[in-house]
Design a protein around this ligand. Structure first.
Ligand code: KG4
Ligand code: ZN
Length: 369
């Protein structure tokens, strides 16, 4: 936020996919962040079923809004504005959140602010808890010192993107997946292995018990010369491998652990390979921010930290510092949640009319604060 704007208290709603989430944020402080997951409902389909998501959002939203206000110990009088995810996301799911936010804004006479979901993932690293008794070390309306430019890495179930951020609201897309997102690939291969949905967290668990060097996966797009990602080749490699193993033997539990470890390693190696290329070409970067559901994965975080450490050796001075990595302060803030939407809304203007935008992009500069 700008020095001349004080923190606002915002009720934020995100219904972009399969989590119904409502949060109350005050400046950069998260006062409540309720996430009603529909994962159980979608398990039987092995992925998110849009009509089911729409029905569940409609059913869950009123109670989730009440719970978010209750957890923040506030009533509507204390809310300055309502923020809602406009896109990207599943069209029927987005529609439920936007329609309900519009109804609430009219009923309680609040301004309404549409927010980009990916921008929320990027800024989720700045979230901080509500201070208990003592005043916060940093006031609610102030950011910590940020060393611009920042590299924003968003790795989720729907997106895998690298963003160059030169200041608040100033974004340039450096690269993105040309097919599946990383989380989607983890979920699809996890489904082949019978891990359930979403498979990402289970694969992380299984990978800990597996040998990541047992199955040698290829490294995709090494000669593409760009910063784009592609996971569909790794997914096909996994399918072919499974078929080959299945021809001779039944998969043992250890085989599954080893496949999880090897596949996860291949996905993260690919991300880190492209990250390394970006770091080499952008020596002026000051920080790296990691957000999105897959950012909860400790092996991914460790691989990125390792890449940042090894990069130091390539720079001209041997004692140049390692780029700091910021991650969301809790796992709940990695996956889809409304708090991250409220954080971005702090500096965005309200708009009276807008529609859902399932393919919303924000590569153009946004109105900053
Ligand atoms: O950000 P998110 O909640 O939703 C989207 O915007 O897509 O990300 C969900 C994705 C799913 O693919 C899920 O399997 C993955 O994040 N995920 C993980 C972990 N936790 C969630 N992947 C790997 N390791 C985890 N611990
Ligand atoms: Zn998301």
């Amino acid at each position: 936020m700008s020095p001349n704007k004080s923190a606002r208290t915002i009720l934020a709603i995100d219904t972009s996919c399969d989590e119904t989430s409502v949060a109350v944020v005050h400046g950069w402080e998260v006062w409540s962040n309720i996430v009603a997951s529909q994962a159980e409902l979608h398990k039987q389909y092995g992925g998110v079923f849009p009509t089911v998501a729409k029905m569940a959002h409609t059913e869950n939203l009123p109670a989730t809004v009440r719970a978010a206000l209750r957890r923040a110990h506030l009533d509507w009088d204390a809310i300055d504005a309502i923020a809602v995810t406009q896109g990207p996301g599943l069209a029927p799911a987005l529609e439920v959140g936007i329609t309900y936010a519009q109804e609430l804004a009219a009923e309680h006479h609040k301004p309404l602010i549409p927010i980009n979901h990916i921008e929320g993932h990027i800024w989720s690293v700045m979230a901080r808890p509500r201070p208990r008794q003592t005043p916060a070390a940093i006031p609610a309306d102030q950011l910590p010192n940020i060393a611009w430019p920042v590299l924003g890495v968003v790795i989720s179930g729907g997106h895998s993107e690298f963003w160059l951020i030169t200041g608040p609201g100033q974004y340039q897309l450096l690269g993105k997946t040309i097919d599946d997102a990383a989380g989607e690939a983890l979920d699809k291969v996890g489904r082949m292995l019978g891990l359930g949905y979403p498979a990402g967290p289970i694969m992380e668990e299984f990978a800990r018990r597996g040998d990541a060097s047992r199955y040698a996966f290829p490294l995709p797009m090494t000669t593409s010369g760009d910063y784009n990602l592609s996971f569909s080749g790794l997914k096909t490699f996994a399918r072919n491998l499974l078929e080959k193993i299945g021809q001779t033997d039944a998969l043992s539990q250890q085989d599954i652990f080893d496949l999880c470890a090897s596949f996860q390693k291949a996905v993260f190696r690919h991300i880190c390979h492209k990250l390394n290329k970006i770091l080499l070409d952008h020596q002026d970067l000051g920080e790296v921010w990691l957000g999105g559901g897959v950012a909860a994965n400790t092996t991914l975080r460790a691989s990125i930290r390792q890449t940042l450490r090894s990069q130091r050796r390539h720079t001209t001075t041997n004692n140049s510092p390692i780029l700091p990595l910021r991650v969301p302060p809790s796992k709940r803030l990695c996956g889809d949640n409304a708090a991250m939407i409220g954080l971005v809304a702090q500096w965005r203007p309200a708009t009276a009319t807008f529609d859902r935008q399932p393919n919303l992009s924000f590569s153009e500069s946004q109105p900053a604060w």
